[in-house]
Ligand binder design. Structure first.
Ligand code: SIN
Length: 487
């Protein structure tokens, strides 16, 4: 890295990497805990209105319907209008998207989309293919330096400007670093729940950093559950069984083999994710849920190689038998409040990707809009940061604000169970209030407790059902209001 003051990016998933690449030629120091990221695991693809009979407006409409119209329409517009150019940009970086025999992009369908508009690379390996290309580009570019196995556990302030970070290495050594800006791109919070499709490292570490400096948060109560994680009782981080399977005709069944989504929603198995997740959650308490993908037949392995290998490695042949599935924490719609350029309420501090909330997803994210979000808004932010001067921002004395200690493993397990019961697809006020008390106690012991408190407080403030935030005791004794409304 050059001696010039870098932009510090915390987090090495798609949003952090794209921001870093787009900031060229300004030097970037990218700090990450581990090479694992939720982006790499993404099986769904990238939603883009590239078909002749599709439009960015139609994609925006579906995004808003899935988000219960809680979305920021101008930001949705930026996302959906930016999709075709995002795909083109990735192609210039070497991503090879799946094409049909005539050379046209192959477009798949997922929940909530009015038509087929999801592009994939390597079938269900899109996240991995995109991450490989971005990492290669970051290495080639020369302006990005990556440090792994570092824990960013505090922010440096000068006056009210964020001007650096402090970090701890694996060997326990610590360092404080100045930057011309700090970008938080640490991903989601699934790791704070007992069952998640995320890696365990997606534990809200970046949210905790922003909370320590009292940056404004937005929509923290909206947590998306994926309806079809592979049911592996006792396991925390569960492999995903991609929604694209339902787009290819697979159907959800209850323990009697009855289709779960029939008469629940007009789009049945392809209903928005919050609706399907609630149904699967409910079925999970009544004997379980299964995804019957047998109809895909002998083509399964070619079209869905990741799911195929994962199922086979757990003794399930998805061509012959339904796959046991469960709802698992998957995506956080809320996060650090940002504008379209990733600016937070704190000067010098930026956020992008899942940890940020610019209002694009509303109360429930539309399938395959998250990699797209990382690319579109990462590029915007990186280009904005290019023009920052080579100086430490702010004036006055420097001070370090640390996130504090982490919970012990036993306490973290307790917190995960607590959040799963209280902040799951279906919520009850009494359970949340009790969880809130327990979390206050946990917050004294570790920063994850503080994040959980912020989530629970936000949920308690939202009195009505909206998207992924669903009170069972208010409007759905026994059955979801949104389940009923489509019956
Ligand atoms: C999936 O493949 O089902 C996940 C896609 C997404 O979360 O957008």
């Amino acid at each position: 890295m050059s001696a010039r003051l870098p932009i510090i990016v915390v987090g090495g998933g798609i949003a952090g990497l794209v921001t870093a690449i787009a900031a060229a030629p300004t030097p970037v120091l990218l700090l990450q805990r581990s090479p694992q990221s939720a982006s790499r695991l993404a099986q769904g693809g990238i939603a883009a209105a590239v078909a002749a009979n599709d439009s960015a407006q139609a994609h925006a409409h579906d995004t808003a319907v899935a988000g219960s119209f809680h979305n920021d329409a101008a930001i949705v517009d930026l996302l959906t209008r930016g999709a075709a150019s995002a795909i083109h940009w990735l192609e210039t970086l070497g991503v090879v998207f799946d094409r049909d025999a005539d050379g046209n992009l192959q477009l798949a369908r997922e929940g909530g989309h009015g038509q087929s508009r999801i592009v994939h690379a390597g079938g269900d390996a899109t996240g991995a293919r995109v991450m490989d290309a971005l990492l290669a580009e970051a290495r080639r570019s020369g302006h990005v330096t990556r440090w792994s196995s570092v824990e960013v556990d505090g922010l440096m302030l000068r006056g009210d400007h964020v001007c650096g970070v402090c970090l701890t290495r694996e060997d326990g050594s610590r360092e404080a670093l100045h930057g011309r800006a700090v970008v938080i791109a640490t991903g989601g919070i699934g790791g704070l729940f007992a069952q998640t499709s995320n890696p365990a490292e997606a534990d809200g570490s970046g949210l905790a950093l922003a909370l320590t400096v009292a940056a404004t948060m937005r929509d923290l109560e909206f947590v998306q559950f994926h309806p079809t994680a592979l049911a592996l009782p006792g396991r925390h981080s569960l492999p995903l069984v991609t929604e694209a399977l339902r787009g290819a005709g697979a159907r959800l069944l209850d323990s009697h083999g009855v289709p779960l989504m029939a008469r629940v929603h007009p789009m049945e198995d392809l209903a928005p994710r919050d609706v399907v997740a609630r149904r699967v959650w409910q079925a999970g308490r009544q004997g379980g849920a299964w995804l019957d993908a047998r109809g895909i037949g002998s083509d399964f392995q070619r079209r869905f190689p990741t799911v195929f290998e994962m199922c086979m490695s757990h003794g399930i042949d998805p061509r012959q038998q339904p796959i046991p599935v469960t709802a698992a924490a998957h995506f956080h719609m809320g996060g650090i409040a940002v504008d379209a350029d990733g600016c937070t309420s704190m000067p010098g501090l930026y956020a992008v990707g899942e940890v940020a909330c610019n209002g694009v997803h509303g109360a429930n994210r539309l399938a395959s809009n998250s990699l797209l979000e990382g690319i579109v808004f990462g590029r915007r932010l990186g280009m904005r940061l290019r023009s920052l001067p080579d100086i430490i921002p702010g004036s006055g004395n420097f001070r370090l604000v640390r996130r504090g200690p982490a919970l012990t493993t036993a306490r973290l397990t307790q917190l995960r169970e607590l959040l799963m019961a209280a902040m799951g697809p279906v919520r009850r006020r009494a359970v949340l209030r009790e969880a809130s008390q327990e979390c206050l106690a946990l917050a004294k012991e570790g920063w994850q407790g503080g994040v959980a408190c912020a989530l629970i407080e936000a949920a308690l403030r939202r009195t009505h059902n909206l998207g992924a935030h669903h009170w069972e005791d208010a409007e759905m004794p026994g059955q979801g209001a949104s389940l009923r409304q489509f019956a």
